[in-house]
Design a protein around this ligand. Sequence first.
Ligand code: HEC
Length: 316
Amino acid sequence: MAFREYKVGARLFGVALGGSMMITLYMPSLDITQVSSTEMGLRKGLMYGRVGGFSVEDPLLQGVNKPLTVVLRNDPKTGAPIDETYAYVYEAGVPFTSSIRHPRIMGKGVEDLSLQKGRIGEANQAQGAVFVVTEGRWEGEPTHYIENVTATRNWTPDLVRKAVSDKDTHYVGSGKIMFVREGCWWCHTLLPEQTQDWQSFGAPPRLGDFNSESPTAFGSDRKAPDLLHVGSRNSSREWMMMHFFNPRLVQPHSIMPRYDYLWGEVDAEGNSINYKQWRADYNDYVSGKRVYPPEVPEPASQSDARYLIDFVLSLK
Ligand code: HEC
């Protein structure tokens, strides 16, 4: 190779490298405050809490110090029936999500409404607070914002927790920690990417869907279905329970690992779970000695399995 050709090649390489460096350096300077948070973005942030992964508040990734998502059907103060409302309960000391801590990241209109009408500036982390997402108008456009119902309606975390049953309490924030800790993202993405994806896994997210979520857990490599909208195509708690205990119960050739250990020691009734017996019965079923597989225990409400199922079913 002549030296001249080498020089041309080296220059072209320099241009390509320089170009890609420009993209790397300038693309992240996208100013998120220019993007208004969508309703989905507000709800995700409120569901997951401050950080949904490694953090000083939860160094061992146990899902502690997270908000609760509850479904209200009655006014917790008066008991009068109300339209089904999702409320996000931050008990005393639970770190607030980023949009409460830094309202700017919600985008101008959403920030203004949340501060002025939603009174989020009055929320106190040490005392705890309850938030809902409310529809308002900003510059004539329908806009969702965060309402601090502890300030606007006197709904305290205690009051709200007392008003809901276990069935209407969802440990979504803790469940996201399980998703990160258990490495579900090795096989699953939370981002439908290509057009053929959109037909089977649903629409891709919009920019404003992430204003306060950290980390986003998109995933990069996929060996399994995208889960961004899995709760819309499969909302069966029973199916999720069986599938996580042992995926082969519902998908005979599944390569997904079993997550039965997330059930812990006891089931929902407090009876200890006999894993050895369960597996022996299951093996009998696989080899044809039993007609039905053994029954999957109902996870206890404070178990990692319950957290994970609540998270997965929240992915609508
Ligand atoms: C080794 C790869 C692998 C890992 C790790 C894995 N999965 Fe899966 N998962 C699969 C495959 C393959 C399928 C499709 C077959 C099936 O349903 O079992 C699947 C299916 C699913 C489904 C049903 C999807 C649908 O479209 O209905 C859910 C929900 C799910 N996985 C959640 C999880 C969660 C949560 C974790 C982490 C705790 C996890 N998976 C870890 C491979 C994996």
